[in-house]
Design a protein around this ligand. Structure first.
Ligand code: BDP
Length: 722
């Protein structure tokens, strides 16, 4: 064993993941997109020329050693030959260098000034007379990201002899939000229980945590919120902070900062104060002292994520104070430590009778410019709630003097859990590419990455995690793609969803053209399919009560009007849809004039959002010769047909895709087809019960009666909300 190998082996992080990788001869999904399977002979020979050695700085930090370890193991696994480890360039080496560790790279005119703290350059160069692949960065984190980028290039078959890549993240905080409770249940989690074995922490640190960190680092995700936004006050007690600190220790070498969700009334709930009023001096002092304690345990702690005055969670409004008062109070406690407050804008009130889609904007927009500089207001992609399709949230672009972050849901609460195959890259792209029209070229991506404002503000893209204790991490193999796509888009919101899907398939299944070309259309069409069989033409929030599993269009008796599907579709004998134009709730007026005009008139509203913005008669002409009713049924049928097609495409890959994963995906597609039909049939049966219209000729009647669909009930549905 070389000296360096011994050094690597002595590191806990190396020891932790070596045995895990060693176990996986079988394709069970554990290895995600970091499979590093042996390459075919020709590719192996090509690669060997470019990975003879891994050369790295003498004074290597844990982050550099993590990168070296990853490269070393990956090359060994792909080529069957361990690369040498050393500190001096040799021919065919992979050289990790910063300007400090190897001043010689200065002569290569690398664009280091464009890389910031996390970017990297990958370049085939001659260094000290040797042909090498240089992975250069300003920081060790950049070297880690560059190493993963090189491994992505290898696995996707790029020409390793002519690399010339420069990349830097556009968004500062690329964050996973875990909705994990301290008892290991996961709100809206469909991949087993929480990955965090809270009870065993801090003493026992599962090897999985390292693999979690590796997977995130491979995408550039640099922050994780460990616990649910419906936060237990307990998380801020010392024993739990020690558990969080243990996880922070695992994440640190991988450039990942730990954040915690906090309950607004924690000081009072834990008995430290008699109130949680944000303007009360004792409350302010409590938070300050708590922040000091946290930073003693976790010196690089990221900050707090807060769901306040939202869906029954306590908040400043319980004390007659505003969101600004609440957020800025916490921000003051964290500011001395450079900590952040991420304050969620997911609010709608039990007493406000105005359109739910308007309430967050109404609450937050007037506070523009009032939040402290270390507060980021986190806004969901749409104004209702992670639906299969929503127009972008009107707050994007509407608060230019406030740090506004974006929250997507990766776990598929409303899109078929982890059973339905739905690639979310296209959904994310649709939001990110949407032009807010508040200024020229003001896409949501440019609001979120801050380039629209160019003032160096902290930026954030967060995704509600779909990771759990399941062996394959995400419940289904294809849901790994949504974690992947989220991470890649958080790094660069302009990346096309299609190229992300391609690179994910190549790394996760096979780089074989036949496989990539067969899986790609399944993924790319899958989101439109789920929209069509669940909520076509802009319909939304029609899922069953609480758990959101299956259709519930008929539900109209829940305590709060906006919890009922009938509130959203408003179907009656005359028509269907939520009127949000000037004649209705006028939610369109919260958008820039361009959208207010376009979406204010059904004639210029695209069919995809028609019933989101308008209540229209059943015989409304769709412009393609069909009535609204006929078009609705056509969409339901297309959705079901798309799933039938996906199944056929997948079946054709039997024997090409490894058997375990093939069988698992096939079984889920069978469920998806059954459930797509269920959605279609139950929706048609319900709408027919209100409009009494016949089905267009040639259309299949629903399999069961409406009463039978209404009678379908479930208990113990995963993800909570039962
Ligand atoms: C909704 C979920 C609920 C979450 C809430 C939130 O149904 O479980 O707590 O979002 O984002 O989608 O706070």
């Amino acid at each position: 064993m070389t000296k360096i190998l011994k050094m690597l082996a002595s590191l806990t992080l190396a020891l932790l993941w070596l045995p895990v990788l060693g176990q996986t001869g079988v394709e069970d999904g554990y290895d995600l997109w970091l499979r590093y399977r042996p390459l075919p002979a020709e590719a192996r020979t090509r690669m060997e020329h470019h990975s003879t050695a891994v050369v790295f700085p003498r004074q290597a930090s844990p982050t550099v050693l993590a990168a070296v370890d990853e490269l070393h193991q990956a090359v060994a696994r792909m080529t069957g030959r361990e690369p040498a480890l050393g500190h001096d360039p040799v021919d065919g080496a992979l050289v990790l260098a910063t300007p400090q560790s190897l001043p010689g790279i200065a002569s290569l005119s690398l664009p280091l000034d464009k890389l910031g703290q996390e970017g990297y350059v990958l370049r085939s160069v001659t260094l000290e007379g040797h042909q090498v692949t240089l992975i250069a960065a300003n920081t060790d984190r950049g070297l880690l990201y560059g190493s993963f980028a090189w491994l992505r290039d290898v696995q996707t078959g790029l020409d390793l002899a002519r690399l010339d890549e420069t990349s830097a993240p556009k968004v500062r905080w690329r964050m996973l939000d875990h909705w994990d409770n301290l008892d290991r249940t996961v709100e809206r989690g469909y991949a087993g229980s929480s990955i965090w074995d809270w009870w065993a922490l801090p003493d026992i640190k599962s090897a999985r945590y390292v693999d979690y960190a590796r997977a995130n680092a491979s995408l550039g995700i640099n922050a994780t919120v460990l616990n649910n936004v419906g936060a237990s006050p307990q998380i801020l007690t010392t024993p739990w902070l020690k558990k969080a600190a243990a996880l922070a220790d695992v994440m640190r070498p991988y450039g990942i900062r730990v954040f915690l969700s906090v309950n607004f009334s924690t000081p009072q709930a834990l008995g430290g104060t008699s109130t949680a009023d944000p303007l009360d001096p004792a409350v302010r002092a409590w938070w300050k002292a708590k922040a000091d304690e946290i930073y003693r345990l976790i010196p690089d702690f990221g900050g707090f994520l807060v769901k306040a005055s939202s869906e029954g969670q306590p908040g400043p409004q319980d004390y007659g104070r505003s969101h600004v008062d609440g957020a800025n109070m916490m921000a003051a406690a964290l500011a001395p430590h450079q900590g952040l407050v991420i304050w969620r804008a997911f609010v709608y009130s039990a007493t406000d009778r105005t359109d739910r889609a308007k309430q967050a904007y109404a609450e937050f927009e007037p506070s523009d410019g009032k939040f402290a500089p270390n507060v980021i207001v986190q806004v969901k992609n749409g104004a209702i709630d992670f639906q299969p399709r929503e127009p972008f949230h009107p707050l994007f672009g509407a608060m230019p003097r406030t740090n506004v972050g974006l929250e997507f849901q990766i776990t598929k609460e409303y899109l078929g859990f982890s059973t339905h195959l739905v690639y979310l890259g296209t959904l994310y792209q649709e939001t990110l590419h949407a032009d807010t029209h508040v200024a020229p070229d003001a896409t949501v991506a440019r609001v979120i990455d801050g380039s629209l404002y160019a003032d160096g503000r902290p930026t954030l893209m967060a995704g509600v995690s779909n990771v759990g204790s399941d062996r394959n991490w995400t419940g289904s193999h294809f849901d790994q793609a949504n974690w992947y796509a989220f991470g890649r888009l958080a790094w660069d919101p302009e990346l096309p969803a299609q190229s992300i899907a391609r690179e994910w398939i190549a790394q996760t299944f096979s780089n074989d053209r036949q496989v990539v070309e067969a899986i790609l259309p399944m993924m790319m069409g899958s989101r439109e399919a789920v929209v069509d069989y669940m909520t076509p033409l802009g319909l939304h929030h029609l899922m069953a009560t609480g758990h959101h599993y299956g259709p519930g269009l008929w539900v109209s008796d829940l305590a709060r009007p906006e919890w009922n599907p009938t509130y959203y579709h408003k179907a009656d004998a005359r028509g269907v849809g939520f009127e949000r134009g000037p004649g209705g709730s006028n939610a369109v007026a919260q958008y820039a004039p361009y959208w207010a005009r376009t979406w204010g008139d059904p004639a210029t509203t695209p069919p995809e959002l028609l019933l989101w913005f308008h209540h229209l008669p059943w015989d409304y002409p769709m412009g393609n010769g069909r009535t609204l009713w006929a078009e609705l049924i056509h969409r339901y049928d297309s959705g079901v047909q798309a799933v039938v097609d996906m199944r056929r495409q997948w079946d054709a890959l039997a024997g090409v895709v490894d058997p375990l994963r093939h069988a698992d995906v096939a079984a889920r597609l069978a469920i998806q087809e059954r459930e797509a039909r269920w959605w279609r049939d139950a929706s048609i049966a319900y709408f027919q019960s209100v409009n009494h219209l016949p089905l267009p000729p040639g259309t299949a009647a629903p399999a069961l009666s409406l009463e039978q669909y209404e009678a379908i009930k479930f208990s113990f549905v995963p993800g909570g909300g039962n």
